[in-house]
Design a protein around this ligand. Structure first.
Ligand SMILES: *Cc1c(COP(=O)(O)O)cnc(C)c1O
Length: 222
C-alpha cells in the first residue's frame, strides 16, 4: 500500500497554518512506506509496539523523532529509552519511575505525556481524573523526565457530540494542569485526534494529532 502523498501535502499545509504537529502513525507499516513520507519531509512518527519501534529505529534515518503511543510495559522501557523522542502513553507512577531510571542510565531527559482515559469504552488505557491528579501533584521530582502535556483518545463513535465533549474535557484538564505547572511553557502539548476525528480535535484545542490510516491506508489486523 502506497502513501497518499497528495493528501499528506494537504493535511500538513493545513496543520502548519494552525501550528499543530503531525505525528504520522506508522504501526504495521513498512520501512518503504515510512521512507516515502520521510522524503516528503515528515519527521515525527508514532509506533505502538516496542519491538517494532526498535527495529524501525535501527533501519531508518536517525533524525526521525519517534513517538511511543501504545501501552508500555515497564520491563520494555529500557529498549526505547536510548532514543525515544516522546512517550505519549504514560499511565502510572510506576511507569514514570522506570522511565526516569532508564533515562538516567542513558544520560537523557525523556519527554512524556500523561495519557488520560476520556472515552466511554472500558478497553482504552489511561489515567482517570483522580489518578491524573495524584500523578501530577504527588509524584516526586523525576530529574530525567519532562512531562510535556496530555494525550487522549476519544470514543469510536458516530456521535460527534460525544467525541467533541470528550475532547473538551481533556482540553480543560490540560488547561488546569498547565496553570498549575511550575513551567507552563514546558507543559505545552495536547495530543488528541486521529484519522477520523482530528479536525474536531483541533477545533477543541489539540496541538498534536496522531494520524495513521488516512496517510498510509488501512491497516491489516495484527
Ligand atoms: C493507531 C493509533 C492512532 C492512529 O489511528 P488512525 O485511526 O489510523 O489514524 C492514533 N493514536 C493511537 C494511540 C493509536 O494507537
Amino acid at each position: 500500500m502506497a502513501v497518499n502523498s497528495e493528501l499528506y501535502q494537504e493535511i500538513i499545509a493545513e496543520l502548519k497554518k494552525k501550528s499543530v504537529t503531525l505525528v504520522a502513525v506508522s504501526k504495521t507499516k513498512s520501512i518503504e512506506d515510512i521512507l516515502e513520507l520521510y522524503n516528503l519531509g515528515q519527521r515525527d512518527f508514532g509506533e505502538n509496539y516496542v519491538q517494532e519501534l526498535v527495529e524501525k529505529y535501527e533501519q531508518l534515518p536517525k533524525d526521525i523523532r519517534w513517538h511511543f503511543i501504545g501501552h508500555l510495559q515497564s520491563n520494555k522501557v529500557k529498549l526505547i529509552a536510548p532514543f525515544v523522542s516522546l512517550i505519549q502513553s504514560v499511565d502510572g507512577e510506576k511507569l514514570l519511575k522506570e522511565i526516569n531510571k532508564q533515562a538516567a542510565k542513558n544520560k537523557r531527559v525523556v519527554d512524556c505525556l500523561l495519557q488520560v482515559h476520556i472515552a466511554k469504552e472500558e478497553t482504552k488505557f489511561g489515567l482517570d481524573e483522580h489518578e491524573l491528579e495524584s500523578v501530577v501533584t504527588d509524584s516526586p521530582d523525576h530529574t530525567n523526565i519532562c512531562i510535556k502535556g496530555l494525550m487522549g483518545m476519544a470514543s469510536f463513535s458516530d456521535d460527534d457530540k460525544v467525541v467533541r465533549q470528550e475532547f473538551s474535557v481533556l482540553k480543560s484538564l490540560f488547561e488546569k494542569y498547565q496553570a498549575l505547572s511550575l513551567q507552563p511553557s514546558a507543559f505545552s502539548i495536547l495530543s488528541m485526534g486521529m484519522s477520523g476525528d482530528y479536525k474536531m480535535a483541533i477545533e477543541e484545542g489539540s496541538n498534536m494529532v496522531r494520524i495513521g490510516s488516512l496517510l498510509f491506508g488501512e491497516r491489516s489486523k495484527k
